[in-house]
Design a protein around this ligand. Sequence first.
Ligand SMILES: Cc1ncc(COP(=O)(O)O)c(C=O)c1O
Length: 397
Amino acid sequence: MSQEIQGRKFIPREDILPFFKPDVGEDEIAAVSDVLRSGWLTFGPKVGEFGAACADYLGVPCALPVASCTAGLFLTLKAMNVGEGDEVILPAMTFIATLTAVIHCGATPILADLDPENLGLDPAAFEKAITPRTKVVIPVHMAGHPCRIEEIVAIAKRHKIKVMEDAAHSFGAAVGGKRIGGFGDATVFSFYATKCITTGDGGLITTSDQAMADQLNLLSFHGMDGNAWQRYGDKGRWYYEVVAIGYKFHLGDPAAAMGMVQLSRADGFMARRAQVARRFNKAFASLPGLILPKEAAWATHAWHLYVLRLDAEVIKDGRDGLIADLGANNIGSSVHFIPLHHHPAFAAEGAAFAGQLPETEKYYDSAVSLPLFPSMSDQDIEDVITVVIQSVKSRII
Ligand SMILES: Cc1ncc(COP(=O)(O)O)c(C=O)c1O
């Protein structure tokens, strides 16, 4: 049945087009089944195999699979000895996990503005926020597009600040042909269900620093020293030593087996997402009041998200109107993200940043993420395009 939305007729899809649908097939099911049949359900050989394969794909020497990106961010800050009295600079435009990792370490988060060209941390805003207490900066590669990581690393080096990249959105993204994962002191990826590749829940920490990799390894498994695990020594198989106060943040073999299959499909997933994004960009190019996502000449976009920005001074009701029209046509959408300082749990500390982050606020007021996932059909893509064009055209002021 068609319905009237702001003066235009839409024919809602019969089925719901979700904002994201993971692409998990028979190969993933077979790989996980093999692990389940093997009886080795937790941290085992598949995790090491998956870590090595990821390191190879990303072109980095060390890659440690972990339980989630959230766990990896916290663990990495711990390995960098971040604690009370330290300041950590991060963009206000990120998921809450980037912030909570800092707070759980007892450090003070300092929010900085975004670069409207790529939605990541603005290098100039980062430099302005540096104080003698700054220990780490967390650049976020937002939506799958790299931030200006080389500039950020250069500034950080000058000020002796460590760089931990949040690349939750950017598995496969690159700068100058070099994949994200090897620019900062450490990089953390997410394999959550909606990400570029998935293990259900899961994450990955990469680093080129072997000492940091050893520390991360130790902390991710109760601080148990592998060398002190004298399984075959005098003390017998039961003996181990805990040499650091650690955590239980490792991945398990069933997830790692799924990750191996997803990794083999990563380039295909990315190519299809890029194709969908190009179709959207071409279809929306002549509409007024929109800012379309662009891939910078120096970057390879992983296209985790397709973020459309609507100018509410040109299009009545801006992105809220589009979200309503998409919803009325059974098409999902989302907003990435609510700025960190808007969240009630962080309101007291976040108040200091109110009015200080103009690009973040401007972006937040205008942004909507459209459905983008590899298994979208051509009809799905056309449905999204139709609704966006009709919705925008019907509301031009
Ligand atoms: C920017 C960013 N960082 C971190 C995370 C946390 O990832 P995970 O769910 O793997 O812990 C997310 C998840 O959405 C994210 O978007």
